[in-house]
Write a protein that binds this ligand. Structure first.
Ligand SMILES: Cc1cc2nc3c(=O)[nH]c(=O)nc-3n(C[C@H](O)[C@H](O)[C@H](O)COP(=O)(O)OP(=O)(O)OC[C@H]3O[C@@H](n4cnc5c(N)ncnc54)[C@H](O)[C@@H]3O)c2cc1C
Length: 444
């Protein structure tokens, strides 16, 4: 059996690990299974690394060598052929892939794990030297090459990646202007107070925030960025412009091959497309969730790994459904550790055209819930309380409760005994959750 995987991101590598968990050697275990060959095709010259880690590379907290979750030896043990290259076409009827400048490759089972890419900034001047985005390692290296103490940058975009760009420039001693389309930071996920906490911390770091600000042109001199023009007529001088205005799953290959797509490649709970020999996983996949009956884009590292793993098992013949767990993300917003679990948002965000990096559609669903919140300034806790369970939580600052909350939410624990207390005015919800968690541990 000849397994081929397109994309050397976390979904692709997790799929290989899953296939090798069933067929540890290149030769099939059982009788008649024949040889098992795995080929990975990837066009990123840096191979497999942590994309979320790029933010820490930008601030100088992590060396680029620390971004590789697998050693060369780990990868060698997985025993696969690695083809550095780009797939340009899938010929389904011939079970063959065309590659740019290389010989075609055939497959028996194929996984498309090509991820998503940053939406382009579509304004005049966007192709000037010094207009930057953060999709992959090469982008991060380009940013570091341009970032210089004393220079100034304008950052455009409303989610986590935009903030990572802001923090990266601040840490390099640059003057930063941050443009937000709406009236506050990340309004589809954070509530008003949380947005204000982040904004206040940015101001303290010397960042200038511009609300209701829309870039309409990047201006230049000698082919390089010299400033930016806003819709309200304002002009800002700057040396760099960086943007993170959403992402788009790379569906082109699937579309050309006639696979079913919506915003991502549509797959069933086995991560299988409408072609039984082709699977899709990770940021490019829009996976069916039997619990909600909806197909969702998750766009997060954890789900990408889990989907890749499940796809790998299914490609190797183990029928395993992908059970979506509530999205969970630990991030840093203006230096403040923030954990987001399950559903926390308010739906649409005018700052973002598409889904953001390090974001999940589930966060944005309008929850059928009531809100309990507590905390001041930097330590803050918000819970989305459903009828019998907690639907989501945001923990900012002190992280003592993020582990219990993740367990309570992902385990759908019945919170009826504390529900009323949680929703009482001025409830000390942190104490109530801690007490409930301690009790639950004693009961088990
Ligand atoms: C700056 C940044 C910050 C992030 N922060 C967070 C975070 O805080 N938390 C979180 O959970 N997630 C975060 N993410 C998102 C997370 O990294 C992704 O969800 C995850 O990497 C998706 O994995 P994937 O394997 O689906 O795709 P990718 O990691 O995108 O890998 C796909 C690979 O396929 C390659 N490829 C594409 N087309 C082809 C082709 N035609 N031929 C060959 N190869 C091809 C691409 O070059 C790429 O290497 C962040 C991402 C970025 C960029």
């Amino acid at each position: 059996m000849n397994y081929v995987i397109i994309g050397s991101g976390v979904a692709g590598i997790a799929a290989i690990e899953a296939i090798r968990s069933i067929y540890p050697s290149p030769f099939g275990r059982g009788q008649g299974e024949g040889d098992v060959e795995i080929t990975l095709i990837g066009d990123d010259p840096h191979g497999f690394y942590s994309r979320p880690g790029l933010a820490y590379y930008l601030t100088g907290e992590l060396h680029d060598k620390a971004l590789f979750p697998r050693t060369a030896d780990d990868l060698r043990k997985l025993n696969f052929h690695y083809v550095k290259g780009r797939v340009t076409r899938i010929l389904r009827d011939q079970h063959t892939l065309e590659l740019a400048g290389q010989a075609p490759l055939s497959y028996d089972r194929l996984l498309i794990a090509v991820g998503a890419q940053a939406l382009p900034l579509e304004v005049p001047g966007a192709n000037l030297e010094g207009v930057l985005k953060l999709d992959h390692m090469q982008d991060a290296k380009r940013i570091l090459k341009h970032a210089r103490r004393g220079k100034s940058a304008v950052v455009v975009g409303g989610g986590i990646t935009a903030l990572e760009l802001v923090e990266g420039f601040v840490s390099r001693g640059m003057k930063v202007h941050y443009l937000l389309r709406g009236d506050r930071y990340w309004s589809n996920v954070l509530d008003e107070q949380e947005s204000r906490i982040v904004e206040q911390r940015l101001r303290e770091e010397g960042v200038t925030l511009h609300h209701h600000a829309e870039a309409i042109e990047v201006t230049g001199r000698n082919g390089r960025v010299s400033g930016i023009r806003l819709l309200n007529g304002q002009q800002l001088k700057c040396d760099l412009v960086a943007y993170a205005i959403g992402i788009r799953p790379r569906v082109d290959l699937a579309k050309q091959a006639g696979l079913a797509i919506d915003r991502g490649i549509l797959v069933n709970e086995y991560l299988q497309t409408n072609d039984p020999d082709i699977f899709a996983a990770g940021d490019v996949a829009q996976a069916y969730d039997p619990m909600t009956g909806r197909s969702i884009l998750d766009s997060l590292w954890g789900p990408a790994r889990q989907q890749g793993h499940t796809a790998g098992l299914n490609m190797a013949g183990r029928k395993t459904a992908y059970i979506k767990s509530p999205p969970f993300n630990v991030t840093r917003l203006a230096g403040l550790t923030t954990t987001i679990i399950g559903t926390v948002g308010r739906g649409r965000d005018e700052d973002l055209v598409g889904i953001a990096r390090g974001d999940s559609e589930t966060w944005r669903q309008l929850p059928d819930s009531m809100v309990a919140q507590t905390g001041f300034e930097v330590n803050r806790l918000r819970l989305l309380v459903g009828e019998k369970t907690l639907l989501g939580a945001i923990v900012m600052g002190d992280q003592k409760l993020s582990f219990p909350l993740e367990k309570i939410i992902s385990g759908n624990m019945d919170i009826s005994p504390i529900r009323e207390r949680l929703l009482a005015p001025k409830a000390r919800i942190g104490d109530i959750v801690a007490e409930f968690w301690a009790g639950a541990n004693i009961r088990h």
